[in-house]
Design a binder for this molecule. Structure first.
Ligand code: NAD
Ligand code: GLY
Length: 362
C-alpha cells in the first residue's frame, strides 16, 4: 500500500518534491541527492531527543554531524545562525555537502538561511515536524532569522532540494502548537480557497483527533495551494504577497507581546483584523469576520488580544514591516471569503480604527 502523497513544486532553477508519508521519513527518489555527501542535521533541544537518532540512522553511508540549538522563536536570531555556520566551518562543509533541518518553522527558516549563506549557497532538505512547518514554512524557499526590530528582517530566498513530512511526528506535538498550525491552514481558505475553508469546517473533529488520513489530505492540499502561488511568483514580486494574509498585523502582535502568541495564533488574530479592515473600507461584508472567527474558535485559536497592547504601538510596528513600500502600507485584504487582494496605500488612520475596534472587541 502506498503510504505517501507527493506534491511537486516546479521552479525555473529547481523542481523538488514534498513527500507526505503517513508513518516514515520517506527519502525514496532522493538516493542520488544523498550519495557521498557530508550531512549536517540542525535541530533543537525539544525535537532532537524525539527524532534525531531516527534521522541519523537514515544515512549509514554518509558522514553525519548534528547541531542542536536552543528551542524557541526568541532564538531565531543571529546567534543561532552563527552556531550553525560555526558547525559547518568546524567540519569543513563545502558546496557539495548538505544541510538538513529537523524541527518546526523556526529550525526550517534558520537552517535554510544558513544553507543560503554558507559559501553563497549549499543544498538543504527540510524535515518539518510541526503542522505549521509542514503546510507552510518548509515550502517555498523563504529562509531567515529575526532582528530585534522585526520578524524575518534578515533572510534570503533559497529553495530546498526536498521536503520530507512524516505525519507521525504530529503525535508528539502539543495541542496548542497543533492548533496554531491550523491558523495557517485557514489562511489558505481566506486567500483563494473557499472550498477548502468549508472542508476544514466540516472536518473539525477528525482534524482535532489527528486522524492521519485527514491530516495527510490537509497537508497535501495546503502544499498544493502554496506551490501554485510560489510557482507563479517565486520571489514575491506580486501574487505571493497574498500568502501574507494576517501577517502584517500578526508580526506586529508577535513583537509587541514579546511572542506571547505563537506565530499561527498571531496570524489568526491578524486575519480577524484584516477582515475587519476590509469591511470597514467597504471591500467585503462584515459577515466575513464572523465566519473566520467561528472557524478559528472551533480550533481554540484566539480572535481577540488578551494582552494589553496599544493600537499606536501596533501601528508603529506595522510600519517596520518588510511589506511597507515608500512609507505606504501594503496589506492583504479580502473582497470576500477566498478573495484576498493586495491593498496599496491604506492610511494610518484607517488601520488605527480597525486596531481600536479589535482591541476592544468582546
Ligand atoms: P516552532 O518552530 O517554534 O515549533 C513550535 C514548538 O514545537 C517548538 O517548541 C518546537 O521545538 C516544538 N516541536 C516541533 N516539532 C515537534 C514535534 N513533532 N513534537 C513535539 N514538539 C515539537 O514554530 P512553528 O509554528 O513550527 O513555526 C513558526 C515559525 O515559522 C515562525 O518563525 C515563522 O516566522 C516561520 N514561518 C516561516 C514561513 C516561511 O515561508 N518560511 C511560513 C510560515 C511560518
Ligand atoms: N509564508 C509566506 C510565504 O511563504 O510567502
Amino acid at each position: 500500500m502506498n503510504t505517501f502523497k507527493q506534491v511537486n513544486i516546479s521552479l525555473p532553477d529547481n523542481t523538488y518534491p514534498i513527500i507526505i508519508d503517513l508513518q516514515a521519513f520517506n527519502l525514496s527518489g532522493l538516493e542520488q541527492e544523498l550519495t557521498k555527501r557530508k550531512i549536517m542535521v540542525v535541530s533543537n533541544t525539544t525535537v532532537a531527543p524525539l527524532y534525531l537518532d531516527h534521522i541519523v540512522d537514515l544515512f549509514p553511508e554518509n558522514k553525519v554531524f548534528t547541531c542542536v540549538l536552543e528551542d524557541g522563536e526568541v532564538h531565531k536570531n543571529v546567534r543561532s545562525w552563527q552556531r550553525i555556520l560555526d558547525a559547518l566551518a568546524e567540519h569543513q562543509f563545502n558546496r557539495s555537502d548538505l544541510l538538513i533541518s529537523l524541527g518546526g518553522g523556526v529550525i526550517c527558516d534558520m537552517t535554510g538561511f544558513a544553507a543560503a549563506s554558507w559559501m553563497r549557497g549549499i543544498d538543504f532538505i527540510q524535515i518539518p515536524t510541526t503542522l505549521l512547518s509542514q503546510i507552510d514554512a518548509s515550502v517555498g524557499g523563504k529562509t531567515g532569522i529575526n532582528h530585534s526590530k522585526g520578524k524575518n528582517l534578515i533572510g534570503a530566498f533559497h529553495q530546498p532540494k526536498a521536503v520530507i513530512v512524516n505525519i507521525k511526528t504530529l503525535n508528539t506535538l502539543p495541542e496548542r502548537e497543533f492548533n496554531a498550525g491550523i491558523g495557517e491552514a485557514i489562511k489558505y481558505g481566506g486567500i483563494d480557497q473557499p472550498d477548502f475553508f468549508y472542508w476544514l469546517s466540516s472536518h473539525v473533529d477528525s482534524i482535532k483527533n489527528r486522524d492521519a488520513d485527514v491530516l495527510q489530505n490537509l497537508i497535501a492540499k495546503c502544499c498544493e495551494f502554496k506551490a501554485e502561488i510560489v510557482e507563479q511568483d517565486e520571489k514575491e514580486q506580486g501574487k505571493r504577497a497574498l500568502l501574507n494574509l494576517g501577517h502584517t498585523f500578526g508580526h506586529a502582535i508577535e513583537i509587541a507581546t514579546h511572542y506571547h502568541y505563537l506565530h499561527g495564533e498571531a496570524v489568526a488574530l491578524g486575519m480577524v483584523m484584516a477582515a475587519e479592515l476590509s469591511a470597514q473600507l467597504g471591500h467585503c461584508d462584515v459577515g466575513i469576520r464572523k465566519m473566520l472567527e467561528n472557524l478559528l474558535q472551533a480550533f481554540d485559536l484566539p480572535i481577540k488580544l488578551d494582552v494589553n497592547v496599544s493600537s499606536d504601538e501596533l501601528l508603529q510596528l506595522m510600519k517596520a514591516d518588510k511589506k511597507v513600500v515608500n512609507d505606504q502600507h501594503r496589506l492583504i485584504l479580502m473582497r470576500g471569503l477566498g478573495a484576498a487582494f493586495i491593498a496599496e496605500g491604506v492610511k494610518d488612520s484607517e488601520i488605527l480604527i480597525t486596531l481600536q475596534s479589535c482591541l476592544t472587541h468582546t
